[in-house]
Design a protein around this ligand. Structure first.
Ligand SMILES: Cc1ncc(COP(=O)(O)O)c(C=O)c1O
Length: 390
């Protein structure tokens, strides 16, 4: 029998994301490596986490805690999260039915979106916003409704948010402390959102990954503090940010039982479970609240060190109320567009930054770039020495 020659042919694929390219974070990090630049672009610490946390995970592995954990996360970690949320924000979540451990905030957010957004639903995002929100909504078949935060101050504009609400609005995605601007929503702003949504059936996906990085004595206004919001919110957080372990990709979602049940239906078929030893390690490490209670002071000191240095340049500093980001206005330093400026800064000055235009669907350019100060003091000082030339 003669066999037809095998042809290697990959069938043509209809892309779901025709306009998507490589993200600016990847581009800038690659350029930073190529040019030997100090990388203040991508948001991750360049220092180690607490060795006690590594020990706790190692111990879990050595104890043989290496097989599938429960789908919703191990009970001690869910309990530790519920206790923390109650202690800090005053709302009691049932650890069995209302807390789910996720593979970082990224998986939590896409899972939340897939769980609640149906084709044709509208979802409001406040721009500039974290880069996964829009593709997540698109994957769910939803329509993205972009509402700008007020240019310059990055405060929510409730007139614009109210105007964006429609009978088709399924959810709004909020993020405080805010990446990239470093703004922190006030209690008054959260109350305004609560009032605005009260007559609606709109859900809130509240991205609170920087909840423990709020400075100058301000408080993190978690959606959990506001009963009217908490009842309609999936609150997302990330151990990666809080404990300096962004590569571990472990986070959680807190939501009322009915919402958590829907969330878990998607969760069990996209990730199913989150790695076991990290969960045990985190659970035992969370027995002490000190690490997250000390985090504001830890990062505020770095912020101040970085800002003092930047104040000697011609950059204009924007406030950094929270997160580990510092934004600067570049007009007095350069006439270049934000993205061109960041490439130039990386190649010629040796410091990588991220253009804010990367966080807008239409590439809105307001001459502002973002630096990450989650770095060793020596890294920040090396960057400042280079930036001093500007
Ligand atoms: C606003 C925001 N949300 C979510 C994430 C993702 O967090 P994780 O690394 O836990 O997936 C990040 C990480 O940079 C972020 O800045």
């Amino acid at each position: 029998m003669t066999m037809a020659p095998v042809t290697e042919r990959t069938p043509p694929i209809q892309t779901k994301f025709p306009t998507m390219g490589t993200t600016i974070f990847t581009v800038m990090s690659a350029l930073a490596t190529e040019k030997g630049a100090v990388n203040l672009g991508q948001g991750f610490p360049d220092f180690e986490c607490d060795p006690k946390l590594v020990d706790a995970v190692t111990e879990a592995m050595k104890k043989g805690l290496n097989q599938y954990p429960p789908m919703t996360g191990i009970a001690p970690l869910r309990e530790a999260v519920a206790s923390k949320v109650e202690a800090l924000y005053g709302r009691k979540y049932d650890s069995a039915s209302e807390i789910t451990i996720t593979a970082g905030a990224t998986q939590a957010i896409i899972t939340a979106v897939l769980a609640i957004v149906k084709p044709g639903d509208e979802v409001i995002v406040l721009e500039p916003c974290y880069d996964s929100y829009v593709p997540n909504i698109e994957l769910a078949g939803g329509t993205v409704v972009r509402v700008p935060l007020t240019p310059g101050t990055f405060r929510p504009d409730f007139v614009k948010i109210a105007a964006a609400l429609s009978p088709k609005t399924r959810a709004i995605m909020i993020n405080s402390p805010h990446n990239p601007s470093g703004t922190v929503w006030t209690r008054a702003e959260m109350l305004q959102l609560q009032d605005l949504l009260a007559p609606t059936d709109v859900f809130v996906i509240s991205d609170e990954v920087y909840e423990h990085m709020v400075f100058d004595g301000q408080l993190h206004q978690s959606a959990a503090r506001f009963p009217g919001l908490a009842a309609r919110s999936l609150i997302v957080s990330s151990f990666g940010k809080t404990y300096h372990v962004t590569g571990w990709k472990v986070g959680y979602v807190a939501a009322p039982a009915v919402l958590s049940a829907e969330f878990r239906k998607v969760h069990q078929f996209n990730v199913f479970t989150v790695n076991t030893p990290m969960q045990f390690g985190l659970a035992s490490y969370m027995a002490s609240p000190e690490p997250y209670l000390q985090l504001p002071a830890f990062y505020q000191r770095k912020r101040d060190l970085f800002r003092e240095g930047l104040a000697r340049t011609r950059f204009q500093l924007l406030p950094s109320e929270g997160t580990y980001f510092q934004c600067v206005e570049i007009s007095k330093v350069s006439a270049l567009k934000e993205d061109e400026f960041c490439k130039w800064l990386t190649s010629e000055i040796g410091v990588a930054a991220i253009p804010l235009s990367a966080f807008y669907g239409n590439g809105f350019d307001q001459r502002v770039v973002r630096f990450c100060f989650a770095k060793k003091d020596e890294t920040l000082k090396a960057a400042l020495e280079r930036l001093a030339k500007l």
